[in-house]
Design a protein around this ligand. Structure first.
Ligand code: ZN
Length: 110
């Protein structure tokens, strides 16, 4: 059985708003996990669907760290490493950790 995706802006959409800032909405699909960033127009409910390039521009925004990807292209993402230092060791090898200046990070133990 496949989950039905509806990425429209309609009421029946499977997209759920996970973040709202003064500039954008961030929505994530409950079925496939895809993340979308929607620009917010002042005084209007009109939304514009934006693709990956826009998402990358906002990746450095700490308010949107939920959508950070561990890699940008094939390079380790500094923003991701900063946002999730405890995850860095899971994603990166030692060389990449050194490049990120994360070689001293220790994973938190609970
Ligand atoms: Zn989906």
């Amino acid at each position: 059985m496949k989950n039905k995706c509806d990425h429209s802006l309609s009421y029946r959409s499977t997209m759920r708003t996970i973040k709202t800032t003064s500039e954008v909405y961030v929505r994530r699909c409950r079925a496939c996990g895809e993340v979308e960033v929607l620009a917010r127009y002042q005084g209007s409910t009109r939304n514009l669907l934006l693709k990956n390039s826009f998402r990358t521009r906002y990746a450095g925004d700490k308010n949107l760290k939920d959508i950070l990807q561990p890699f940008q292209g094939n390079k380790p993402s500094k923003d991701f490493a900063k946002a999730y230092p405890e995850k860095a060791r899971d994603y990166y090898n030692q060389k990449e950790l050194n490049e990120l200046g994360m070689n001293k990070v220790k994973s938190k133990k609970k």
